[in-house]
Design a protein around this ligand. Structure first.
Ligand code: MOS
Length: 737
């Protein structure tokens, strides 16, 4: 390998990036709707997911759950299970040691012996057998003697005891001015309470881990979104140093937050594998994913708006109650974009936690906005109705000139352009007064909602090399959870290095590679994309040096380095190979600018006047999220988000048994996510945007803005159809009759 200058291009995001190599590119690969480069592997069954790795001598683990909602395990008798043919062992002394799989969260070390049961369904043991079927059968033979304790299972019964969470990255409380006084003085006010239920991410691939120990080092093939931090969590849970743990998550079948942190099956598999001296594969059953990973918290959101006669807001109050286990500080940040979406001098945004002995609450797709915008955008629709102002015009009148709380400018903000474009495309002008568009037994209506999602940048590193054949290899432990990461990282590399995308190989999800941002919070593409961009830039500098020219004089095209009147094949130039790394770290950006992606959601629904049944007829989402890195994968993200919005609006609801907190509808037969018949024509449109303050890619987060506001648009369409405002989500037919 040639050793020209520094091998690493590092960047701390505290300056803007008006000049990017991408803007003088000769390739024009970035942004193109090219097919997923991992697509052929996925459709031919050769993309290996965690549970699919085949190793010799593997044993199968099946998790055992607690069947009380609170209490202690007095004893756990595995005699019968152990006596079953094919059972290898029953590991009972690891108990409930993982409660907080949130990103950056602390994971308790494994405790030995009898443990408290924190919630119904919590994992308390693992049965290991020669086959999955035997392990599952034997798990039913493990008998547990509990000393039950009184638990808190009712949100309504305990809502008065809600407590303020500890201060953290997203401040739970913000107050400015006097919302009460503004409400008293206002011409128009809205004071309403919206509720949303617990939800499950319902990723298609259940959580799965295959653990192998070799010479004191663990390799865990797992279904995880953030391998670098998952590795730290796992090492901590196991009481080993991080360099003894390697996580491989090359393909992940969706996560939506539920795989941000480690789940019980990883620790259980790792402990069992170590003890037995053989690989152990533990795949959570679908019911266990519902029981014992994370749920999105239910919310109760009081939304207050005060406005003058022209609909200009003088106050916004967004007070949210959520639930979580005792000792857990994570709260569903429902008010997170209420901080900056609309103007208004008096503001109160709070989040308090009701302590319940329900399954752990954690991140689920667009934590905060996904359900928070149901309340804010529902209330805005109510204000529009009350003031007689068109909902889009009302939003236009409340467009802030700067962040109304932090008093900093927006780096880029295209909310109104999104609304205007959508209005035109969707036929907003044809909207009729509420309850007046009856066609046979169906009432038709259309609704709109704003969407917003804060942009985040997470520390991320990547290595890019060019091999002796002149082909590029990208390595980072960033993941592709179905989002298109493989493809966009390939596109960035191909673009900067002047290679056809076929000549770029992307390796993801292995913690032996440089630590990437992981997939979460819509930060993945921009963060890991920037690290790859920086690595390519550093590599380009090295190539320029090899050519003995300034980088500015170099053109990389068609696998050749071109400068002056020389044109050298990269394969020849790099000799044995050449490599560079790139790393991006978050800087002071968020203090200088408010940075978010925006969208506008439009929905048309029909509501049956006899049955109350709601059918979504069509939806349109218009989004502005900086540079779109691949129009096809970006569009797929938004389609998925909007589909999530349909479920959120109409059907998704975890039901907790009031006697023990048990999740009653713990499978996809009973927890209703939208199926094809529920999803009509969805259209996605992107506005051209470059956010030069974001990163050298000029891209902002996109993965989650597709759900932000989608459910509210459906709720508002239902109101427009029926004249009935239901504030208790999901909007099932019984509530509409
Ligand atoms: Mo997302 S809920 O941050 O994976």
């Amino acid at each position: 390998m040639f050793g020209f200058g520094s091998d690493t291009n590092a960047l701390t995001m505290n300056k803007s990036h008006p000049d990017s190599l991408l803007d003088s590119s000769v390739q024009d690969i970035i942004g193109k709707p090219i097919d997923r480069i991992d697509g052929p592997r996925k459709v031919s069954g050769t993309a290996t997911y965690a549970a699919e790795y085949q190793l010799d001598n593997v044993a199968y683990g099946y998790l055992v759950r607690a069947t009380v909602g609170a209490g202690k395990i007095r004893s756990l008798d595995a005699t019968r299970a152990k006596a079953m043919p094919g059972v290898v062992d029953v590991i009972t002394d690891y108990a409930s040691f993982i409660r907080n799989p949130q990103q950056g969260g602390e994971t308790s070390a494994p405790a030995q012996g009898v443990e408290d049961v924190a919630y119904h369904g919590e994992i308390i043991a693992i049965v290991v057998a020669e086959s999955y079927e035997v392990a599952r059968d034997a798990a039913l033979q493990v008998s547990v003697d509990y000393e039950p304790a009184e638990g808190r299972y009712s949100f309504l019964a305990h809502r008065e005891e809600a407590e303020k969470p500890a201060p953290q990255q997203i401040p739970p409380h913000h107050s400015q001015g006097d919302v009460d006084k503004a409400m008293a003085d206002a011409t128009h006010t809205i004071d309403v309470t919206y509720t949303t239920p617990s939800q499950n991410s319902a990723a298609m691939e259940p959580h799965a881990s295959l653990a192998v120990w070799e010479e004191g080092k663990l390799t865990l093939y797992g279904a995880y979104q953030m391998p670098s931090s998952d590795k730290l969590q796992l090492a901590k849970a196991l009481g080993v140093s991080a360099d003894k743990v390697r996580i491989v998550a090359a393909f992940v079948g969706g996560g939506f937050g539920s795989k941000l942190g480690i789940a019980p099956e990883s620790v259980a598999a790792a402990i069992a594998a170590k003890r037995l001296g053989r690989p152990v594969k533990a795949v959570m059953a679908r019911q266990q994913v519902f029981d014992a990973t994370v749920r999105r918290s239910n919310t109760e959101q009081r939304l207050r708006l005060a406005a003058d006669a022209e609909g200009r807001l003088s106050a916004i109050g967004h007070e949210t109650l959520v639930s979580n286990l005792p000792g857990e500080d994570y709260f569903e940040p429902a008010g997170v974009s209420t901080h900056f979406l609309y103007a208004g001098e008096n503001r109160l945004i709070t989040h308090d936690i009701v302590r319940l002995d329900w399954m752990l609450a954690g991140s689920m797709r667009a934590p905060g906005e996904a359900v928070g915008l149901i309340a804010l955008e529902g209330a805005m629709d109510e204000l529009a109705e009350k003031t007689g102002i068109d909902p889009i015009e009302l939003r236009r009148r409340n467009e802030p000139e700067q962040d109304p709380e932090k008093k900093v400018p927006y780096s880029s903000r295209a909310l109104i352009p999104c609304l205007d474009r959508g209005a035109e495309t969707f036929g907003w002008s044809r909207r009729k007064p509420a309850g007046t568009d009856r066609r046979g037994d169906w009432l038709y209506g259309i609704g709109v909602a704003s969407g917003a999602r804060s942009n985040m940048l997470i520390k991320s590193a990547a290595k890019v090399s060019i091999d002796g054949q002149g082909k590029a290899i990208v390595e980072t432990d960033m993941t592709d959870i179905g989002t298109g990461t493989y493809t966009i990282l390939g596109q960035i590399t191909a673009e900067i290095l002047g290679l056809p995308i076929e000549d770029v190989t992307v390796h993801l999800g292995d913690t032996d590679a440089p630590p990437g941002a992981g997939s979460g919070g819509s930060w993945g593409a921009a963060s890991s994309g920037t690290s790859v961009y920086l690595a390519c830039e550093a590599l380009r500098d090295k190539i320029a040096k090899a050519m003995k020219v300034d980088a500015g004089e170099l053109t990389l095209k068609d696998g050749r380095a071109i400068a002056d009147n020389r044109s050298v094949p990269l394969a020849q130039l790099v000799g044995e190979g050449m490599a560079a790394t790139g790393e991006v770290s978050p800087g002071s950006q968020e203090k200088t600018f408010n940075q978010a992606s925006y969208g506008a959601h439009f929905a048309e629904v029909a509501v049956n006047v006899i049955t109350g049944e709601v059918r979504v007829k069509r939806m349109l989402g218009v989004f502005a999220a900086g540079r779109i890195l691949n129009e096809k994968t970006a569009r797929s993200q938004c389609l998925g988000g909007m589909t999530f919005g349909i479920g959120c609006a109409l059907s998704e609801e975890l039901v907790h048994d009031p006697r023990n907190g048990k999740i009653v509808n713990r499978d996809l037969g009973e927890y209703h996510v939208p199926v094809n018949a529920d999803v009509p024509q969805l259209d996605v449109d992107f506005l051209y945007e470059r956010d030069v303050e974001a990163n050298p890619l000029h891209a902002k987060g996109l993965g989650e803005v597709g759900i932000c506001g989608a459910a509210a648009a459906i709720g508002n369409a239902i109101y427009n159809a029926t004249g009935v405002r239901v504030r208790d989500y999901p909007l099932t037919l019984d509530k509409l009759l």
